[in-house]
Design a protein around this ligand. Structure first.
Ligand code: FFO
Ligand code: GTP
Ligand code: MG
Length: 449
């Protein structure tokens, strides 16, 4: 029998109300000791909670009981919705720890129990976790849909198709000598496999957006010292996040702000100005700046007007980065009466900007929103959102391609590729089960045959 687990499920204390949740076989016993009786399931009941050993009243709380399996975990669950004071919650948790068979829940353990009981698949579990982490509207929507099972259903559909295909192949070589099974079954199956591999390919391509939406876009401010990077960061963030001085080499660590640009998550990173320096701290800062640039989705290269510090993109950024990461030039300090420095790198996107009279700031933000939209707008179809999905989808695809290519091998061996392809998808949803194969074979063919 499993332990009964408990935890504070609501957020930081103090709060108006706090929710302490319990799940497991001892829930009813705990309720009898804590408030005298088990309330009607799914009916909020106002109850005095008392310490069973001292008779001390702990709090007056709303008690919400869910009788398993009709609960979030599938077990008996109770929520003690108490006053959100630190001492109130601490005392209730302390009293709970005194009950036999009760222990504090591990991270994610309520959801783990829901998964173990088959109430959620892995993609739904991930969707729930993403929903809690979501910071923008577009992230919320994607997570909510995934939590509802859309992505899992897509993969389970493909997996069912693969299991069926394998059943057809197996039937084909088991009964090849019988007349009522046409010999072209295998050909049909491998044509279908090609179509599925292509469909997965399209899904993988589109899913770049899904992954970016989940993790947010990394936009990195780079440029020479004093170019005005930190001023730009502060202006966009609307607060003094980074230190700004007229001294070149002010910023050392990379400094991040999280932005919500029209529902899309963007992390804007300020970095140390790039230059040759003897200072150890500054050298480390520059190393970090370059590392952030390497991993960026977009680099904003801040450039002062002519006559100020010399800064040259091609000496600042490696050829590798210039090839793989889009770079926009932001002409800073546009309020100064000096012409913009001419750039020789051939980069098209150039935006004049000033943090003194806010000229160009709206344009820059609009351009960034447009970029975010282009990079991470997701359509109607559910998309993969994690590297883990991508990994198994690629595995599925390559197993399919192997089966397709090896048409000189016997059916049994090629059927094995279909099994590997199906199992890869089963790992995404967490539901691989060999019983499925037998089920399908016996359902689609008469046993007497
Ligand atoms: N107070 C409270 N609010 C909450 C949660 C919670 O656990 N407690 N949730 C936690 O994440 C979310 C709601 N999710 C839930 C999902 C399923 C069930 C549940 O009892 N399911 C049963 C009955 C279904 C029904 O009546 O339609 C079941 O699936 O059998 C409860 C909450 C968000 N709000
Ligand atoms: N006139 C004018 N001055 C600006 C503007 N933006 C920044 N400055 C000034 O330029 C100097 C350097 O600004 P910072 O934002 O610290 O430059 P930085 O690129 O972060 O510099 P490092 O951190 O040293 O790499 C400061 O004195 C700012 O006040 C602007 O739009 N117009
Ligand atoms: Mg700076």
């Amino acid at each position: 029998m499993s332990d009964t687990i408990y935890a504070l499920s609501s957020g930081a204390l103090p709060s108006g109300v706090a929710v302490i949740r319990l799940s497991g076989p001892s829930v009813e016993q705990v309720l009898i000791h804590l408030c005298g009786a088990v309330p009607l399931p799914r009916n909020a009941a106002l109850r005095r909670l008392t310490d069973p050993t001292t008779g001390d009243v702990l709090d007056e709380a709303l008690v919400l009981f869910f009788k398993g399996p009709s609960s979030f975990t599938g077990e008996d669950v109770v929520e003690l919705q108490c006053h959100g004071g630190r001492a109130v919650v601490a005392r209730i948790l302390e009293v709970l720890s005194g009950f036999d068979g009760l222990r504090p829940a591990d991270a994610g353990e309520f959801t783990r129990r829901a998964f173990d009981r088959g109430r959620m698949d892995l993609t739904e579990v991930e969707g729930l976790s993403d929903l809690i982490a979501a910071e923008t509207e577009a992230q919320r929507k994607q997570a909510f849909r995934q939590m509802g099972g859309e992505l899992g259903r897509l993969y389970e559909g493909w997996r069912t198709q693969l299991i069926h295909m394998r059943a057809m192949i197996e039937a084909d070589f088991d009964f090849a000598d019988e007349e009522d099974i046409p010999g072209s079954v295998a050909d049909q199956v491998w044509t279908e496999a090609e179509a599925l591999a292509a469909e997965i390919g399209v899904h993988l391509d589109k899913s770049r957006s899904g992954e970016r939406l989940r993790s947010g876009l990394q936009v990195v401010l780079m440029g020479a010292p004093n170019a005005g990077k930190s001023s730009l960061l502060n202006a966009i963030a609307g607060r003094e996040v980074a230190i700004v001085t007229e001294e070149a080499g002010t910023t050392r660590d990379a400094i991040e702000v999280h932005l919500d640009l029209g529902g899309y998550p963007v992390t804007l990173v300020d970095t140390a100005g790039l230059r040759v320096t003897d200072g150890l701290v500054e050298q480390e800062g520059i190393r970090r700046a370059r590392a952030r640039g390497d991993a960026a989705d977009l680099i904003l290269w801040a450039m002062e007007p002519e006559g100020h510090a010399p800064d040259d993109i091609s000496s600042g950024l490696s050829a590798d980065v210039l090839e793989t990461v889009p770079v926009w030039i932001v002409h800073t300090k546009a309020d100064l009466e000096t012409p913009p420095k001419r750039d020789s790198s051939g980069i098209k996107q150039e935006i004049p900007c000033s943090t003194v009279d806010t000229e160009g700031m709206d344009l820059l933000l609009a351009e960034l929103s447009g970029f975010a939209h282009e990079m991470i707008s997701v359509g109607e179809a559910p998309l993969a959102t994690r590297q883990r999905h991508r990994h198994y989808l690629c595995e599925c695809q390559s197993a399919l391609r192997q089966g397709i290519a090896q048409d000189h091998l016997p059916g049994e061996l090629r059927a094995e590729d279909l099994r590997r392809a199906a199992d890869a998808l089963g790992r995404i949803t967490g539901r691989i089960d060999v019983e499925d194969l037998l089920d399908v074979i016996f359902r689609d063919f008469c046993v007497g045959k």
